[in-house]
Design a protein around this ligand. Structure first.
Ligand SMILES: Nc1ncnc2c1ncn2[C@@H]1O[C@H](COP(=O)(O)OP(=O)(O)OP(=O)(O)O)[C@@H](O)[C@H]1O
Ligand SMILES: [Mg+2]
Length: 277
């Protein structure tokens, strides 16, 4: 499967441009930077014509789920349902029937660029060697953004990652964006999908626990960072409600029954483990 298949059905003219696009923004899966305007796609990475927006399209190579595109899209719907801020997402189909996940870039607005750093880059931590706890991440969120709302967003993402079994929560899967006044904020969420993580554990531990974090670990961390108990309870409730609606989002996204059932089993186990005292 070639990434440029995505252009099939569009104009022959733009095909050579996308083949040359390259410029992968990193990460495990191959991906392309493109310009999107409704159903038109052109090569991205550089400035785009008016009306086009900068997007990233991912091509799941060797993912354990053949329908990883729809699955990541279902996760994005579930994340929004859980109150998580995320750029616009959608599926891109090819004439071959492939469905690829795409996300609008948060480091561009039209052709205006924003300075972005991943958490890993900022602390010079190699994402391949898990060494961080959400505690370290939250400290940087507070120090850099000086905004309690950003800390709450980070906390909500942690709860989402725990319940939805997104254990690929390494230091490059969190970023900070600087605005043109030089102020940092936590970036919108990205790369949210089921993932078993290194040795089956979370890449970033939650109060030191990577395998089976419980409510006690989550609450302790929120508490240490000054998040009120009522807020912690609200977030946990909102996220678990959305996560319990996974099947609805999976259906909307066209996730297969077999993939959906596997995810539901993991979600159930995580929610049960969370409630354990
Ligand atoms: N919406 C976005 N806007 C701007 N940059 C993004 C966006 N989504 C992802 N990125 C950047 O692209 C990189 C790769 O994306 P992503 O993490 O989704 O891919 P991946 O291949 O699944 O990564 P991994 O190696 O974590 O499995 C991210 O680390 C991030 O720096
Ligand atoms: Mg990633």
């Amino acid at each position: 499967m070639q990434s440029q298949d995505i252009l099939a059905g569009n104009t022959d003219e733009v095909l050579p441009q996308l083949i040359n696009a390259g410029g992968s923004p990193g990460g495990a899966w191959p991906k392309v930077l493109v310009g999107v305007f409704n159903n038109k796609i052109i090569s991205g990475g550089t400035d785009l014509p008016e009306d086009f927006e900068h997007w990233i399209i991912k091509f799941p190579a060797g993912n354990e789920f053949p329908d990883a595109g729809p699955l990541e899209y279902a996760y994005s719907l579930m994340a929004r349902d859980a109150g998580i801020m995320m750029s616009e997402t959608r599926l891109f189909n090819t004439t071959k029937g492939d469905l690829f996940f795409g996300i609008k870039r948060f480091d561009r607005n039209g052709n205006t660029r924003f300075h972005v750093h991943t958490f890993g880059n900022l602390i010079h931590s190699d994402f391949r060697i898990p060494s961080q706890d959400y505690d370290h991440f939250f400290r940087l969120v507070t120090n850099l953004t000086k905004n309690h709302q950003d800390l709450i967003r980070a906390f909500r993402q942690m709860v989402f990652n725990l319940f939805t079994h997104n254990r690929d929560d390494h230091v490059k899967n969190f970023s900070f964006v600087m605005n043109h006044q030089g102020e940092w904020s936590l970036s919108p969420a990205y790369d949210l999908i089921y993932s078993s993580g290194p040795g089956g554990e979370h890449s970033m531990t939650i109060s030191g626990e990577g395998k089976a974090p419980t409510k006690a670990h989550v609450t302790k961390l929120g508490d240490n960072h000054g998040i009120k108990k009522k807020m912690i309870d609200n977030i946990v409730e909102q996220v678990s409600d959305a996560v319990n609606r996974f099947q609805i989002h999976a259906q909307t996204a066209g996730v297969s029954k077999s993939t959906g059932n596997k995810i539901v089993a993991h979600i159930k186990r995580n929610l049960d483990g969370f409630s354990r005292t």
